[in-house]
Design a protein around this ligand. Structure first.
Ligand code: C5P
Length: 212
């Protein structure tokens, strides 16, 4: 049986960095499930369709080329926005659910466990995960982190704009009917507003080690 670590939380909470480090530490496979929604959103954009068009989004989800999750093109602000639009659609979510569950149950490299991060891993994708973490931070701190990232990759977007995007994305992710972003009842809360990635990692390892 695969040991599953489910990590959820809002954008730029630090969950991705944490998840990657945990996967490396334990020798587990890692899946960034946000990249699946980004790949679907970007595929719709590439086809010249509107990400809010459910027929186009569902077709893209069903035809998803999994290799796209490693593309740089899905890391842009526009792809993130398209991701959050296609992610409100229940049929789109259903189309990529089995892939995520299969990844958790049978890690592709034959590892003994898997770390998945996203918005609904502990609540919907892997409700029986061995450990669940909900990673968060204040919107201001998250927007600042995301802005530094975007600036570093050459974007001229303002920090105020990133904060506005962040709040809008949070509201859409938490307010949607289909698998809203929510802390599972049995998830451990990690607030990284005033926590370094080192400290968050140490806390997560302590929690996971206790469950092994
Ligand atoms: O985490 P990331 O910013 O890459 O996710 C992009 C979007 O994908 C999120 O805003 C959210 O709408 C959606 N998503 C989701 N469920 C997941 C992971 C991501 O709805 N498990």
């Amino acid at each position: 049986m695969s040991f599953v670590v489910a990590i959820d939380g809002p954008a730029a909470s630090g969950k991705g960095t944490l998840a990657r480090r945990l996967a490396r530490h334990y020798g587990f496979a890692y899946l960034d499930t946000g990249s699946l929604y980004r790949a679907v959103g970007q595929a719709v954009r590439d086809a010249g369709s509107d990400p809010a068009d459910e027929t186009a989004a569902l077709a893209a989800a069903r035809a998803l080329d999994i290799n796209r999750i490693n593309e740089k093109a899905i890391r842009t602000r526009e792809a993130g926005e398209a991701a959050s639009l296609v992610a409100v659609m229940a049929p789109v979510r259903a189309a990529i659910l089995d892939f995520q569950r299969d990844f958790a149950a049978n890690p592709p490299g034959g590892q003994k466990g898997a770390v998945l991060d996203g918005r609904d891993i502990g609540t919907v994708v892997c409700p029986d995960a061995n450990v669940k973490l909900f990673v968060t931070a204040s919107p201001e701190v998250r927007a600042h982190r995301r802005w530094l990232e975007l600036k570093g990759s050459g974007s001229a977007v303002s920090e105020a704009q990133v904060l506005e995007d962040t709040r809008e994305r949070d509201a859409r992710d938490a307010g949607r009917a289909a698998s809203p972003m929510k802390q599972a009842a049995d998830a451990h809360l990690l607030d990284t507003t005033n926590l370094s990635i080192e400290a968050a990692f140490g806390e997560a390892v302590r929690i996971i080690d206790k469950s092994m």
